[in-house]
Design a protein around this ligand. Structure first.
Ligand code: SF4
Length: 263
């Protein structure tokens, strides 16, 4: 395991070396809890990685890098429909932390079939499920067959589908009988304000789209800015019901858990 980064205290001046030599600002219990969970997860699983979407879950990368430094394993789903700003931001994060980010692309044959048969915007007519299945779920399932655990930036306050989200859980969607997969959600109990307090306090990079009114950032055609009194998820798949706003990455958040890995 790599030595922790020497820059672990960020811009904080009052620190308490209370977790394995990693400095944590006083009074930051959520941060401490997340660091402890990550440290335990990294200790328990060799085949584990952070899922980074190019949005505010850069906090996960920052927390993870405080423990593993540039050895932090990170992957991202490049759906082919991300904003150019998100691609550039991924590069910024790669440079800032010195981490490798593995980008996962959709299966080209499935993509060719979808676009040939239904065009580039079928999700507006048919719902986002089919396109997300090809551009996100299949690549993620492929990656999770190599891993025993993954780490997400999900928060309970993001959506009605995420209420009661635990900080660790068996991944019912991507586990199979002979290959259980664990999912860790270190930010489950963080609010959006906690995330932004952390980003500002530690002066870490963030996707510039956030300064243009985007709060929850996904693919360009399925993401739009929200107003000051709108919930962040109102900017995602706005033409669909709120209870349908999971893309299958976290299928067990909806009422009937879905086994995806054997599809
Ligand atoms: S978010 Fe939209 S463009 Fe991206 S994979 Fe899902 S349906 Fe397709």
């Amino acid at each position: 395991m790599a030595e922790p980064s020497p820059n672990i205290a960020g811009s904080d001046t009052r620190v308490s070396p209370s977790i394995g030599g990693i400095a944590v600002a006083e009074g930051r219990s959520a941060e401490l809890e997340a660091l402890r969970l990550l440290e335990d997860a990294f200790g328990a699983f060799d085949r584990i990685a952070v899922s980074f979407s190019g949005a505010e879950d850069v906090v996960l990368v920052d927390l993870g890098a405080r423990i593993l430094g540039s050895d932090l394993p990170v992957f991202s789903l490049d759906t082919g429909r991300l904003h150019p700003q998100t691609h550039r931001f991924m590069e910024t994060v790669r440079d800032h932390y010195g981490v490798a980010i593995e980008t996962l692309a959709p299966d080209p044959d499935e993509l060719v079939d979808l676009v040939r048969d239904k065009g580039l915007f079928s999700f507006y007519r048919d719902g986002h499920g089919e396109c997300c299945a090809i551009r996100k779920i299949e690549p993620l399932g492929r990656k999770l067959r190599e891993l025993d655990a993954w780490i997400t930036g999900q928060r309970a306050d993001q959506s009605v589908t995420r209420e009661g989200l635990p900080t660790s859980q068996d991944d019912l969607a991507f586990s199979s009988a002979d290959h259980p997969v664990k999912k860790f959600n270190p930010l489950a109990n963080w609010s959006g304000r906690d995330v932004w307090d952390y980003i500002r306090r530690r002066e870490i990079p963030y996707n510039p789209l956030h300064d243009q009114g985007y709060r929850s950032i996904g693919c360009e055609p399925c993401t739009r800015p929200v107003g000051p009194h709108q919930h962040e998820r109102e900017g995602r798949w706005w033409w669909e019901n709120v209870a349908d706003k999971e893309c299958g990455l976290h299928a067990q958040n909806v009422a009937e858990p879905l086994r995806i890995i054997d599809r």
